[in-house]
Design a protein around this ligand. Structure first.
Ligand SMILES: [Zn+2]
Length: 312
């Protein structure tokens, strides 16, 4: 099964055993994360698949592992990914938003792969990674450009001056050429395999597709020098999901919230994972785990609608 891999210079049975004995968390299973998860699964890496969102029509375009059926049925991405990848390796899915309360469940992984499109979650992963001594790999793709970087000693803040991640936009605002996300995800996966097999990796920011590798100077970085863990200690319960217009509210929904929603609007999905209802142009998705995602014109409007319809 792995004869092509073992024929590579520097890789043999020993490296393969190390890779197959590793456990990796993939956070975010969209355009980049789903590709990363597939690469690692085919190498036999044990996976923890984390995504808070459900499949939508645009995922048929963006991702390589979801079929039109799962997208039409609004299945959570983590569940659809687990279903597909469990034939290659051991997988566990978490249909949850990674936050300061549940990130400790990644304590036993060897590496964390970033497949998010979200600055807040990346900062949380970065802090957790430094605190626990677990390296992570950043992957980003936007329009026609991709980025990848292995983080071990350096921190995410170290690269801010180079890429300004908060300002480069999101996949929703700037669009994305699906091929670039595949290339960036493959690049990061290759680094993951190298690391898991015991090879040493440099901490440079790779620009894709030019192949340019930028040196990252951490000399004046306040974050890794001071060792502050702000995100791990924060408790914001309204988060932006993949650009503007989609908000996740981690707040308890009133007992009859789902009934109230259904009475007020049109039910577009109702399965064992979630219920989705559209009301006057806003879309409400209640997950069985208790989270809510509201698609609305802005954050305040989303929060207001939550209180009006779903609050206690
Ligand atoms: Zn730093």
């Amino acid at each position: 099964m792995y004869s092509r891999f073992k024929a590579l210079e520097g890789y043999g049975e020993e490296e393969l055993e190390k890779i197959k004995g590793s456990k990796v968390a993939v956070v975010g299973l969209g355009a980049t994360g789903s590709i990363i998860a597939e690469h690692l699964a085919r190498h036999g890496v044990e996976l923890v698949l984390i995504d808070r969102d459900y499949l939508e029509e645009n995922d048929i375009y963006s991702s390589g592992i979801y079929g039109p059926e799962s997208c039409e049925e609004s299945i959570p991405k983590a569940v659809a990914a687990e279903k597909y990848l469990s034939s290659f390796t051991d997988t566990k899915s978490m249909v949850e938003s990674l936050n300061s309360e549940n990130i400790h469940r990644l304590e036993d992984v060897d590496l964390i792969m970033d497949g998010t499109d979200n600055l807040e979650t990346r900062l949380l992963i970065d802090e957790f990674s430094r605190k626990e001594g677990i390296p992570w790999i950043y992957t980003a793709a936007l329009a026609e450009k991709g980025y990848s970087m292995f983080f071990d000693k350096k921190c995410f803040n170290c690269i801010f001056e180079t890429v300004k991640p908060g300002k480069i936009g999101t996949c929703q605002s700037n669009g994305i050429m699906r091929e670039i996300s595949t290339i960036a995800a493959s690049y990061s996966s290759m680094d993951a395999i190298k690391y898991l097999s015991g090879k040493k990796l440099g901490e440079k920011l790779k620009i894709i597709p030019s192949g340019e590798e930028l040196e990252v100077d951490s000399k004046d970085c306040a974050v890794c020098e001071e060792g502050k863990f702000e995100k791990l200690n924060s408790e914001t319960d309204v988060k932006t999901v993949c650009g503007d217009g989609k908000y996740q509210i981690d707040r308890e929904v009133s007992e009859n919230g789902s009934e109230r929603l259904k009475k007020l609007g049109d039910t577009v999905a109702d399965n064992s994972y979630l219920t989705r209802v559209e009301i006057d142009g806003d879309s409400f998705t209640l997950f069985s785990s208790g989270r809510t995602i509201i698609e609305a014109k802005d954050k305040n409007h989303a929060e207001q609608k939550f209180s009006e319809i779903l609050g206690n």
